[in-house]
Design a protein around this ligand. Structure first.
Ligand SMILES: O=C(O)CCC(=O)C(=O)O
Ligand SMILES: [Fe+2]
Length: 220
């Protein structure tokens, strides 16, 4: 399942992060963290994770994701893995590749890209995800996020003008099976619908109990 969530961060929050990581001394060659075939097709820069402004920005982003009900329901995060602020300047791209199955000894179930710069400010830079032979091409507004299975072949098309800055990362989910995670997400959305129509609390609680018991059954 590919999911886009809008307005995870506001425009001023995105601008604040982009300016916090603006010092050129913070940026490293993205090849440093790529493995195998991905290394040869990766051309971007990444903000040094240990630098205080980068740490602060990433921790704000992770706090926001943990508190976001739709992200939480769709990803069921057990761990966030190597969240990274990346940047594509003109001429940079990341060709077709697959992400490593384990990063820092944690299984990568889901990948995310949180766009920090507005799509009007750069040309190119689409995130292109293979979806059973069909290509999903995503260029989100600043503050929006795309969540996709880490098992998909994907790439970032060349940026030709401007700068594409994003926070990317991986999630180890409490629910390993994408099918089970998808069913739980459907239930979660139905719970939200029941709340919207002020369904009797007994009805809501019964479905909530099914959700909770499936979490116990499917969770690791
Ligand atoms: O920048 C992106 O949207 C994705 C980057 C990516 O695929 C990666 O770093 O593995
Ligand atoms: Fe990737």
């Amino acid at each position: 399942m590919l999911l886009q969530i809008d307005k995870i961060l506001s425009a001023p929050e995105c601008e604040a992060i982009v300016s916090a990581v603006g010092d050129p001394a913070l940026w490293r060659d993205g090849k440093e963290t790529a493995k195998g075939g991905a290394k040869s097709v990766k051309s971007n820069t990444q903000a040094a994770a240990s630098a205080p402004p980068v740490k602060g920005s990433v921790s704000k982003i992770l706090d926001t994701l943990r508190a976001h009900p739709v992200f939480q329901a769709a990803a069921q995060p057990a761990d966030f893995i190597r969240p990274t602020i990346n940047r594509y300047s003109p001429g940079m791209s990341y060709g077709d590749h697959v992400d490593a199955p384990y990063i820092n000894n944690l299984r990568t179930d889901l990948s995310f890209t949180l766009f920090l710069t507005d799509p009007d400010t750069y040309a190119g830079g689409e995130l292109v995800i293979d979806n059973q032979g069909h290509e999903d091409r995503i260029k989100g507004s600043a503050g929006s996020l795309v969540l996709y299975p880490s098992s998909s072949v994907h790439r970032v098309d060349e940026v030709t003008t401007g700068e594409r800055i994003c926070c990317i990362g991986w999630v180890k989910s409490r629910i390993r099976s994408a099918e089970q995670r998808g069913l739980l997400f459907e239930i979660e959305q139905t719970l939200a619908d029941l709340r919207d129509v002020n369904a009797p609390s007994q009805t809501h609680n019964r479905l909530l109990n099914v959700r909770n018991n499936l979490l116990r059954l499917f969770g690791e």
